[in-house]
Design a binder for this molecule. Structure first.
Ligand code: DHB
Ligand code: FE
Length: 282
């Protein structure tokens, strides 16, 4: 059976992708940020998954105001890097795992999560920047990726608890897939940031650090944080943090923390990053 060995969470700031693509990672501004991913790049080479279920949000690229699913799963054979206005990022095509994605969709829907099935979808920085942070600049991504998109851009958005429960259902779905596969679940987005309005530029380090502490040790409590509290304390775009709860829900109650990193700023955002291993699966 497939097993979930680890969870990875990371911010997905588009400027991080631009910094990698334009060869600026050693500049003074960026160097401290990329230093926080040095361990991660080594760890992932020693713990290469067969499949990553990558929980992220689309930013009005594949979906728009005309149609936006709350939860969507990419069931295609491959996904092109999206053109977000500056041409597609120069990164490899993302290859999916169609049989596993179909199995997850079936199981989630039978488990009362009415996830939308997507067969054609370009993937934006929300998905490609985390891949770049972990894998660098390979000619091909070294594993298959199943995109799982969560709506956090157009209200109403799902609660943290709904995302946490989705993670638990996702775990059941993955672990009932009949193939000997090493699967990681990644959650992207956050940390605190606000990109518009009077509070543009908001960053709340105290909230972020508490979120990291509690997500590791007490996810049930984090799952109860109401959406308005994210918006008030982490900013309107800080709501992306609910996607980390999908990752956390897919892991054991007690996890081993392999890596934790927090850095301010990257563009307009606080950057957070965790690598959590599932002791039972290794
Ligand atoms: C920024 C951060 C994001 O998470 C995002 O999706 C878009 C922009 C920013 O900091 O500029
Ligand atoms: Fe984002």
């Amino acid at each position: 059976m497939a097993r979930i060995t680890a969870g990875v969470s990371t911010s997905h700031v588009p400027a991080i992708g631009a910094s990698i693509d334009l060869g600026k990672t050693t500049e003074d501004y960026w160097q401290p940020l990329f230093a926080g991913y040095e361990y991660s790049k080594k760890w992932i080479q020693q713990n290469l998954p067969d499949v990553v279920v990558l929980v992220y949000n689309d930013h009005g690229t594949a979906f728009d105001m005309n149609m936006i699913p709350i939860f969507a799963i990419g069931c295609a054979a491959e996904f092109q890097p999206a053109d977000e206005g500056w041409g597609p990022r120069p990164v490899p095509i993302v290859k999916g795992h169609q049989a596993m994605a179909a199995h997850i969709a079936d199981n989630l829907i039978q488990d009362d999560f009415d996830i939308t099935i997507v067969r054609k979808m370009d993937v934006d920085h929300g998905l490609t920047v985390p891949l770049s942070l972990m894998f660098g600049q390979p000619t091909q991504w070294p594993c298959l990726v199943i995109p799982l998109a969560v709506n956090v851009v157009l209200y109403p958005v799902p609660s943290g608890n709904r995302c946490y429960q989705l993670g638990k259902a996702l775990r059941c779905a993955i672990e009932s897939f009949d193939a000997d596969l090493n699967v990681q679940v990644w959650g992207t987005g956050g940390m605190s940031h606000q990109l518009q309005g009077e509070r543009v530029g908001l960053i709340n380090q105290a909230f972020d650090r508490q979120f990291l502490d509690d997500l590791i040790a007490d996810p049930e409590t984090v799952a109860q944080i109401p959406l308005l509290r994210y918006i008030n304390e982490a900013g309107s775009e800080g709501i992306e943090m609910v996607m980390w709860l999908v990752m956390r829900g897919a892991l054991d109650d007690k996890v081993e923390v392999k890596h934790r990193f927090y850095h301010v700023p990257a563009s307009n955002t606080a950057v957070g990053h965790l690598i959590l291993e599932n002791p039972g699966a290794l």
